[in-house]
Design a binder for this molecule. Structure first.
Ligand code: PLP
Length: 425
């Protein structure tokens, strides 16, 4: 027979942490980010001591190594992923009056880079079981003004590149991969980023390989690479004089200090990518039998994937009276880092809502486009659903060990079993 103290303890153990119970994880934390050490420090100090901090040998070394890591022929580094997207659009000749199809479930840069090129972002919906751009909806959104598509390998999960390459070929469109989450991901054994015309990556602080800020464009097309290099280097050309500017350009160069850190980070990337993938697969096995949770689908043609975040769905219909945000609050209380991700489709942001009919600024009133753009009428139901139901677990969690994955599943199961106590009402 248990005594009353033991009974009390076991009831606290069982109670949800959000209601004063003992959290599934109270003593161990998940790995911190970024992971760094000798690899980065040695190279950074080498650059520092050399006094050569401006674009040079380390940047070139990183460009070569990163391109090789992604099976790409050419690479051009720059200041960040946003700049890389803007460079990609310019290098591919996208400009005023052109329509570019983008997903609304992504970071703002995917679409704002299109505006920066004076072109018009057109939103197509995502697939609810991958959170990636849906090629069928993209095809429905193609008009005689469409010039490019920018699919995002969201969270590191490659989009259906076969379908997008086919669409690009059929309609003569430029295909730019937003690979800002997919360092190391492969589609049919080829690295993401240069399967389309070009692709771009971010090395911002939260990313799986980071130098605080930084970006790169990859391509197998020498002309795109030359134009991108020129654009990021004030319109100069290879072999041209220093004060000769052949094209419109900007200064978006990466520094040697950033490249030094990135070379160190790159040494860790493969092993970390494989570890996250192993842990994610195990977590998926543990979560698949828990009701109320929807897992993402992985296409068998994805031969390796990075995880910028592990996404699963909170299937609202199976949790009457409990909101996704309350569920996440309870999960955090159990010691599991998580968030709700993008809160709304990009087109619902003020930026787009204020560009309705009558807006007087380019590109929405662009004479080259000659049509009215009203983002107030845009509706992508799958994106709206995912914004309500997505749960994100950050990539750092997947750098922990197998027993830590068990804790995540145990915490979710515990919340499911206590769901009636969690009602928002
Ligand atoms: C999908 C996506 N595209 C582009 C970017 C822009 O990258 P950066 O922050 O380096 O400008 C980000 C950054 O979070 C991103 O998540």
């Amino acid at each position: 027979m248990k005594n009353s103290r033991e009974n009390g303890e076991s009831s606290i153990m069982k109670r949800l942490a959000i209601h004063g119970g003992i959290p599934v994880r109270s003593e161990k934390s998940f790995p911190a980010w970024p992971v760094f050490g000798h690899e980065e420090r040695a190279r950074l100090m080498e650059v520092f001591e050399s006094g050569k901090w401006w674009y040079g040998e380390k940047v070139k070394e990183f460009e070569e190594k990163y391109a090789a890591f992604h099976d790409a022929k050419y690479s051009v580094t720059c200041t960040n992923g946003t700049a890389a997207l803007e460079t990609a659009l310019l290098a591919c000749g996208i400009g005023a009056g052109d329509e570019v199809i983008v997903p609304p479930y992504t970071f703002i840069a995917t679409a704002s880079a299109v505006l920066k090129a004076n072109a018009i972002p057109v939103f197509a919906d995502i697939e609810p079981d991958t959170c990636n751009l849906d090629p069928e909806d993209v095809e429905r959104k193609i008009t005689d003004k469409t010039r490019a598509i920018i699919p995002v390998h969201l969270g590191g999960l490659p989009v259906d590149m076969d379908a997008f390459c086919e669409l690009a070929k059929k309609y003569n469109l430029v295909l730019i991969e937003d690979a800002c989450h997919s360092w190391g991901s492969k589609w049919q054994d080829k690295g993401t980023g240069a399967i389309g015309d070009c692709g771009v990556f971010s090395f911002q602080m939260s990313k799986n390989i980071t130098s605080g800020e930084g970006g790169i464009l990859l391509t197998d097309n020498g002309d795109i690479a030359d134009r991108a290099r020129s654009y990021t280097d004030c319109g100069r050309i290879k072999g041209g004089a220093w004060y000769e500017h052949y094209f419109f350009g900007s200064n978006l160069r990466m520094t040697e200090l950033q490249a030094g850190i990135l070379l160190g980070q790159l040494e860790r990337l493969e092993e970390q990518t494989l570890k996250r993938e192993r842990n994610a697969a195990y977590l998926g096995e543990l979560l698949q039998d828990i009701p109320g949770i929807g897992l993402m689908r992985r296409d068998p043609r994805v031969t390796r994937r990075s995880y910028h975040m592990y996404i699963f769905r909170f299937l609202s219909e199976q949790w009457p009276g409990v909101s996704r945000d309350r569920f996440l609050e309870a999960l955090r209380a159990e010691g599991i880092p998580c968030s709700s991700g993008y809160p709304k489709p990009l087109y619902k942001n003020h930026l787009y809502q204020q560009m309705g009919e009558g807006a007087a600024s380019c590109p929405v009133t662009c004479p080259y486009h000659g049509r009215t753009v009203d983002y107030g009428n845009v509706m992508c139901p799958n994106t709206e659903l995912i914004c309500r139901e997505a749960c994100w677990i950050p990539h750092t969690v997947l750098l922990a060990e197998e027993p830590d994955m068990k804790d995540i599943a145990e915490a979710i199961k515990k919340i499911w079993e206590h769901r009636k106590e969690l009602s928002d009402a």
